[in-house]
Every structure is written in structure tokens, then in C-alpha cells.
Design a protein around this ligand. Structure first.
Ligand code: BES
Ligand code: MN
Ligand code: ZN
Length: 498
């Protein structure tokens, strides 16, 4: 999809379809729909439609007007952006996404957005339209034989002659990179286990790194054993597919020595549970157990293109979790790379095992700050449902900075605690810790386990189990892989750019 600016007034834009957003200023049931862009020609063209109440009946629905009066464009698409008082950046994203997903099946291949006027400003409106449009352009039906190529070819943004063109162009470029990187992650997550083995993930990482100019090292079983990654290896040993330790470096010229941000991703390309095998019902979903790792790769792609001045190293621990004659068993003791001993109670708590070594390895590579992302626990899904992801932090400043990044990314995370008392849950009588801690506070138990391997390094743990895969189609995004965390990581790391 191409993205460009059109400078001038909406009425003169010769497009297949102009897109505008209307919001409801009315109280209770009374309809008072107004456009979010007070362009007189547009308002005139939409008057009748707006007063009919048709647009504002349901949020994030669209109405298409053919041959709009007084406009050069062939069609006018009016999106319902919901209540006026709630209308902000998130709604701009959703509205832009709704437009794309409405137009794509109608074989309309280009459209022109007239940006909404929002309180956070013009630049935010441009950024959110482009991000929202790219997210909506993705469809997960990769392997359908009758798949139609429904992608949009081009979107334009109509900006007034007095707007800052250079700034708008820069923001548009940045938003495109972020949207495309999120979709890169979604493509990886969408692949099934037989087509996204650890080897394939390593190759895809290498391929991407070559394209955008990143250093990438992909290591196999010998190196993993040589590094004494006993926790990572304990999961990998049960599978006939070789594991991969993927290390991607972004070290731009001119970046200060510190910080070095370490992004550690869970890359379980399929999680059967191992010997503690999962029930058959829903097990097919466990192909998305590498979504944390894929998010880190997507974020790295974005850094290579956006070029923030800060060092970042991504580490993805990729393996299957399989039952077999050489799989680890409940009760086995493993020695992690850090030297700590782990009593494996449940082989299905494998994510924390691979991350334990990934986090420790990141520290040995010189990372001063750590973030991990993982589809780590079903308990996090029970706690927060499929709306918020979980975030854990051992450092207040680091967490506050993350919250600022969330305001820009529009992604939802909710903080959960890490009090030392919780460690009692995973205390072992034979080793330094157990890999599970019973039914209560399961997401926290997993986080407490990881905490043992980051020690004093400022660290954020993102448990994305509930939000990495969307169960339902939304009018602004297809069901399937969400690409969660990519945008937040990009905004967060960018905030360190000197
Ligand atoms: N990959 C799963 C967690 C998960 C669950 C991801 C649902 C996405 C959706 C993880 O490896 C796992 O199996 N966790 C166990 C831990 C338990 C054995 C302590 C769980 O949550 O049931
Ligand atoms: Mn598991
Ligand atoms: Zn898992």
C-alpha cells in the first residue's frame, strides 16, 4: 500500500472515495451528528445523511454516498466515530481502519482521508489514520485458495495548504513504518506450526535483517548447550525440530554507550504442553505462542527504518514444546545459564524456562534495561480477559516511561504486582525455585520466576497471552494475530533516543 499527501481542499480532490468521520454530539437518544472536520463543502455534501440519523446509529459503521453533491470525488464514505466527547486518537485509528475494511471487499483500491480535528493535534490525527489504515489492510486468510487480493493500493491524506507539509510527510513515513512492522509481526504469528518452525523463524529474522540493514545472528543446539542454557535447552530437548537462539542488534552510529535496551521474546513455535500435555480442545491456537518473539522482531524492523539514537538488542528463544522419548519430565531439575536450579513441576510452563535464559543472556551481552514479551500464562487471560495485556515492572521510572509510550501507541496494558511474598508460591524444597506455583495468581507466579533472572536490572514483563490473538473480527481489524506490543515498544524505545 502506498501513502501520500494531497494538499488542498477536500472538495477538489479527485479520488475514488473521500473518507470523513462523523461523531454524535447529541444527548441520550437525540441525533446530533457532525463531521469531525469542519470543511464547508464536505458538511454540505453530508447534511442530509447526517440529519437522517443513519450514520450515528452504531459506532464504527460506515455509510457510502455515491456522487456526493459539490465534491469532485466519486464517492464519500462517512464513518461513525462514536460519541463526540470520547473522540480521540484511538477512535481516529479505529475509524480509519473501519474505512479500509469497508472499502476493500468493494474492490475500491484507493481512498483519500480528510483528517479529523482532535484535541491532541493535527500530527496525531495523521499518525493515527496511517497506523490504523495499515493495521486494517492486513487479512489472515493466507492459505485460502480462492483468496482475493483485497489489499488497498493507495491511501492519501488531504491536508490544507496552510499545514506543515514537511512535518506531515515525516509523520506519514514514520506511521507507515510502524504499521508495516506491526503487520510483519502479524504475518509471522499467523503461520501454523508446520510452516513456522524455529528454523523458519530464524530464517525469516535473517531475511528481514538483511533487507533493513540489521546485524543478525542465529544459533542452533550446539551453541545453546555451549552457553549452558539449561532452562532453554530443557524445553528444546523434547523436539525433533532444532531450536534457534536469534540475536538481532541495532547499534546506530552516534548512539550513547548506555542505555542498551534488551528485548527478549518468547518464541515457542508450537506449545503442546510437553509431557504435561494440553487438552486437544483449542490446542491449535498454540501456534501463536511465538507472538512475543515476533513482536520483538517487528519492533527491530521499525528501529532499523526509524533510526532512533539508542542501542537495542533483541533475543528470541525459539523452540517447540513437544512430548517425546527425550522430553523433560515433571520433577526434572534444570540448571539455568545463570547457575540457578529449577525444579520443573509442569512442562507446560515452558515459556518462563526459555525466557529465564534469554533474560540472563541479554544481561551478559551488556543490556542495561530489559523488556520481555510473551504469551506466558492462561492465568493472565483469566485476570484481564482479552482487552488488556499484563505488565509487570521492577522499576517505577521505567514503568512510568512505558505508560507514556502507551498513550501514544493506544495499546492497553494493566499493571500486576511483584511483591516478594509471592515468591513463596514457587519456593522449591529441592532446588532454587519451581517453574509453577499453583492455581492462585498464576500470571504473578510466572513473573516472579522471571524476576529471579533479571535481578536488579530495570525490567518490564509483558504477558500478552490474552491479546496476541483476536477471536472476533472487528470493523477496524481482522480476527487473528493482533501484533500487540510492537507499537508500544517502538514508542518506548524511541523515548530513549538522544
Ligand atoms: N503458552 C501458554 C500460555 C497461554 C495460554 C498462551 C492461553 C495463550 C493463551 C503457556 O506456555 C502455558 O501453557 N502456561 C500454563 C502455565 C501453567 C502450567 C502453570 C498455563 O497458563 O496454563
Ligand atoms: Mn505451555
Ligand atoms: Zn507456552
Amino acid at each position: 500500500m502506498d501513502t501520500k499527501l494531497i494538499i488542498g481542499s477536500a472538495a477538489d480532490v479527485d479520488s475514488e472515495c473521500l473518507v470523513v468521520v462523523a461523531v454524535d454530539h447529541g444527548e441520550k437518544q437525540k441525533n446530533d451528528a457532525k463531521l469531525t472536520n469542519r470543511d464547508t463543502a464536505l458538511e454540505r455534501a453530508a447534511t442530509e445523511l447526517l440529519s437522517s440519523g443513519e450514520v450515528t446509529s452504531k459506532p464504527f459503521e460506515a455509510v457510502l454516498v455515491h456522487h456526493p453533491q459539490g465534491l469532485k470525488a466519486k464517492k464519500l464514505l462517512v464513518i461513525n466515530g462514536g460519541k463526540a466527547k470520547n473522540f480521540g486518537p484511538t477512535e481516529v485509528r479505529k475509524a480509519a481502519g473501519t474505512a479500509l475494511r469497508f472499502l476493500k471487499p468493494k474492490m475500491i483500491k484507493s481512498c483519500a482521508f480528510v483528517p479529523s480535528e482532535i484535541s491532541t493535534g493535527f500530527e496525531d490525527a495523521v499518525r493515527c489514520i496511517v497506523e490504523g489504515a495499515y493495521v486494517a489492510d492486513f487479512d489472515p486468510d493466507t492459505y485460502r485458495s480462492e483468496r482475493k487480493d483485497l489489499r488497498m493500493q493507495e491511501i492519501s491524506l488531504v491536508i490544507p495548504a496552510n499545514a506543515d507539509k514537511t512535518a506531515a510527510q515525516r509523520i506519514l513515513e514514520q506511521a507507515r513504518i510502524i504499521g508495516e512492522s506491526q503487520n510483519f509481526t502479524r504475518e509471522l504469528v499467523n503461520e501454523p506450526g508446520n510452516r513456522m518452525t524455529p528454523t523458519v523463524l530464524g530464517n525469516r529474522a535473517k531475511e528481514m535483517c538483511e533487507k533493513v540493514g540489521l546485524k543478525c545472528e542465529v544459533m542452533g543446539p550446539d551453541r545453546i548447550k555451549e552457553l549452558k542454557m539449561g532452562a532453554f535447552w530443557s524445553v528444546a530437548q523434547g523436539s525433533d525440530e532444532e531450536p534457534r537462539l536469534i540475536v538481532v542488534r541495532y547499534e546506530p552510529a552516534g548512539a550513547p554507550e548506555k542505555p542498551v535496551i534488551g528485548l527478549v521474546g518468547k518464541g515457542i513455535t508450537f506449545d503442546t504442553g510437553g509431557i504435561s500435555i494440553k487438552p486437544a480442545d483449542g490446542m491449535e491456537k498454540m501456534k501463536y505462542d511465538m507472538a512475543g518473539g515476533a513482536a520483538m522482531l517487528g519492533a527491530m524492523r521499525a528501529f532499523a527504518l526509524l533510526k532512533p539514537k539508542v542501542k537495542v538488542i533483541a533475543i528470541v528463544c525459539a523452540t517447540e514444546n513437544m512430548p517425546s522419548g527425550h522430553a523433560q519430565k515433571p520433577g526434572d531439575i534444570q540448571i539455568a545459564m545463570s547457575g540457578k536450579s529449577i525444579e520443573v513441576i509442569n512442562t507446560d510452563a515452558e515459556g518462563r524456562l526459555v525466557l529465564a535464559d534469554g533474560l540472563h543472556y541479554a544481561r551478559t551481552l551488556g543490556c542495561t534495561h530489559l523488556i520481555d514479551a510473551a504469551t506466558l500464562t492462561g492465568a493472565c487471560v483469566i485476570a484481564l480477559g482479552m482487552v488488556n495485556a499484563g505488565v509487570f515492572a521492577n522499576n517505577e521510572d521505567f514503568y512510568q516511561r512505558f505508560c507514556k509510550a502507551l498513550q501514544r501507541s493506544g495499546e492497553k496494558f494493566w499493571r500486576l504486582p511483584l511483591d516478594q511474598e509471592y515468591f513463596e508460591q514457587i519456593r522449591s524444597s529441592i532446588a532454587d525455585m519451581m517453574n509453577t506455583g499453583g492455581r492462585y495468581g498464576g500470571a504473578i507466579n510466572a513473573a516472579m520466576f522471571l524476576k529471579e533472572f533479571v535481578e536488579d536490572t530495570p525490567w518490564l514483563h509483558l504477558d500478552i497471552a490474552g491479546v496476541a490473538w483476536m477471536e472476533e473480527n472487528k470493523s477496524w481489524i481482522a480476527k487473528g494475530p493482533s501484533g500487540i506490543a510492537v507499537r508500544s515498544l517502538v514508542e518506548f524505545v524511541g523515548s530513549f533516543s538522544s
